[in-house]
Design a protein around this ligand. Structure first.
Ligand SMILES: Cc1cc2nc3c(=O)[nH]c(=O)nc-3n(C[C@H](O)[C@H](O)[C@H](O)COP(=O)(O)OP(=O)(O)OC[C@H]3O[C@@H](n4cnc5c(N)ncnc54)[C@H](O)[C@@H]3O)c2cc1C
Ligand code: FES
Length: 289
């Protein structure tokens, strides 16, 4: 795994380890759950952890049997270890269990990670690129929040476009510098009424489009639209894809994503961040399950 200007790859500690929950707060319709990792391993933006609640897993329903993938949204490095923040959108039994542990039931999360490949700095993706355009949708804003902080630390200019369906499906704004975010919402309750890709279209029409790399995470249909727009504009893009993950470390082949030149990649090993030019489509991960 290559080192990048946005952080060095460090192999995760072997096996599943319990991490104490040290914080939990509502973030719009999502919840930011913070855990303390004494291993001190600092993840790169775009990497993920496989998480499960230490107690009551599986629950009385018998589900879920497997841990769930979560992007790391915030990192606070201390003298004794690292505090990791995960933005949780409860959509089913796995995410609900994580949210409940964070939401008051004191406890621990079982974690494996950090896993996968993170984002690379603009100049590592495209020669001459000096800035970044971050475009996120829904819970996909999570890895972009950490990316944005890392870019600020490195002095790389970035513009942030975030899109949500409606207020019931929006959160994570407090993890960004709000004054510099452009918002789009399907129902028009905040920002531009319409798709967040409308905002990207305007930026890509500008004269300086070649000086930026586009970084994106969000629903598969949004990522596919971003991929196509960037390809047509000749702008490099890095996409953090999603695909249902059983193990997170290459054993189950549940996360296979088709490559443009044929064959498949395992997203947990070769992603979740991929160059847009390498994949056939950004919305094909779920189709091969
Ligand atoms: C690399 C990666 C990073 C992720 N980061 C986050 C994060 O930071 N915060 C967060 O809340 N969620 C994140 N997710 C998504 C999260 O892992 C899934 O929502 C979770 O697996 C759903 O589990 P569940 O048991 O709650 O719901 P389930 O009952 O398993 O699913 C509920 C609904 O969501 C759909 N679904 C389940 N998993 C996925 C998936 N991976 N992609 C698309 N649709 C899915 C199902 O088809 C179903 O409609 C990430 C996923 C990946 C692969
Ligand atoms: S999640 Fe098991 S191989 Fe990728």
């Amino acid at each position: 795994m290559p080192e990048t200007a946005l952080g060095d790859y460090t192999a995760p500690p072997f096996g599943r380890r319990p991490l104490q929950v040290v914080g939990s707060a509502a973030s719009g319709a999502y919840r930011l759950v913070e855990v303390f990792d004494p291993s001190g391993v600092v993840p790169m933006a775009g990497q993920f952890y496989m998480l499960s609640a230490e107690s009551e897993w599986p629950g009385s329903s018998g589900r879920p049997y497997l841990p769930r993938a979560f992007s790391v949204a915030s990192v606070d490095v201390g003298a004794d270890g690292v505090t990791l923040g995960f933005l949780v959108h409860a959509v089913g039994p796995g995410t609900q269990r994580i949210e409940e542990v964070g939401g008051g039931r004191a406890g621990s999360l079982l974690a494996v990670g950090p896993l996968g490949r993170g984002f690379a700095a603009p100049h590592e993706v495209a020669a001459g690129a000096k800035g970044a355009i971050l475009i996120g949708g829904g819970i996909g804003v999570a890895p972009l929040a950490l990316l944005r902080r890392n870019l600020i630390r490195l002095g790389v200019p970035s513009r942030v476009l975030l899109g949500y369906r409606d207020a019931d499906n929006a959160g994570g704004l407090d993890l960004f510098d709000c004054s510099e975010i452009k918002l789009a919402t399907d129902d028009g309750h905040a920002g531009h009424r319409g798709r967040v890709t409308d905002l990207l279209e305007r930026l890509l029409a500008g004269d300086d489009r070649g000086s930026a790399v586009v970084y994106s995470c969000g629903p598969p249909a949004m990522l596919e639209a971003v991929r196509v727009m960037c390809e047509e504009a000749g702008v490099a893009c890095q996409l953090a894809l999603e695909s249902p993950m059983g193990c997170g470390y290459g054993a189950c082949f549940g996360c296979a994503v088709p490559l443009r030149e044929g064959g498949y990649m395992r997203l947990c090993l070769d992603g979740p961040v991929v160059d847009g030019s390498t994949i056939a489509r950004a919305d094909a991960g779920a189709e091969v399950q």
